[in-house]
Ligand binder design. Sequence first.
Ligand code: SF4
Length: 363
Amino acid sequence: MTTIRNQTRSVSVGTATIGGPSPVTVQSMTNVPTHDIDKCLAQIAQLTDADCEIVRVAVPTADDTAALPQILKQIKIPLVADVHFHYERAIEAIEAGVAKIRLNPGNIKDRQQVERVIAACKANNTAIRVGVNEGSIVERKDKQQHSQEKQVSLVELMVDKMRDYVRIFEDNNFDQLVLSAKCHDAARTIAVNRAIAAQFDYPLHLGVTHAGDIQTGTIRSSAALGALLAEGIGNTVRVSLAGDPTYEVAVAWELLNSLGLRPRTRPEIIACPTCGRTEINLLEMLEQVKTALAPIRQPITVAVMGCVVNGPGEADDADVALCGGKDRAAIYCQGKHIITVPADQAVTALLEQVQIFLAEKKL
Ligand code: SF4
């Protein structure tokens, strides 16, 4: 799919760039205390290994910002400090050397405090994300109702809040801004981001806030971010999931890969859902294949199919494929039938072909 991207400014975030002609980047956030340096570093290492490109940490206390220099020394991806309520945490994080801070207009409102943060960012080449969350819009309490009209009002409140806050940065000649507006509702997230993309030329960080557990959050995030990205809106994404943050990274990459916005760097698995025609234990085989392919860092397409209805067709398009029959399976490589084996040898035979394919591709 070729999407015309919304034109935005470019913002440098350490070694990454958000906006302009740069590809959409993948972010995540740790869920351990930042002042627990070992745990924080271990989680950032896992996220980096999962191909997270920018990582955010919460800094609610001075102990958290005090840990930042140690953390920064030992990580390879840009670090963002998530600041709420206390502008002092922002100054401390900036001086520690983070690449970006996130400010919430809903809880750091004092203009003089914001201007002190802007001055520190200018002095240290630090970017700022202005992150408006629907939960931080206090005016919403006066407006709560359940009609469609009311939903539009909340969107307008969020855009107004963004405009008022951004004006402080523009008055201070600061343009290294990334904007975000998050709701827990996918439709509202789409509406508010469309409005912000139409009114500002700063890059957008997309996300659905408090999206839910891995299943619900994946669906809500895919609905909202997928719609916006397909329209060319959005320059960096964070899929928020209540769970292990490495899932957030995997979901974000699948979303960007599926939309053709980033090339695949890992195996793509195509699998049929199984049905009454399936005569092998396909779901168990699929899990074995997924586990075996997980360490591979090359873009290979592997199909795991239940029968001849769609199996040979998918095998034509895949690099390597398994197509089930009655208690046996046929193995294909680039559409060519290689061998038919008993079902209990099918995964081994498929993985052998994967290794052969990857070895030949390297030559
Ligand atoms: S490929 Fe065959 S087994 Fe799989 S869902 Fe389609 S018809 Fe059913």
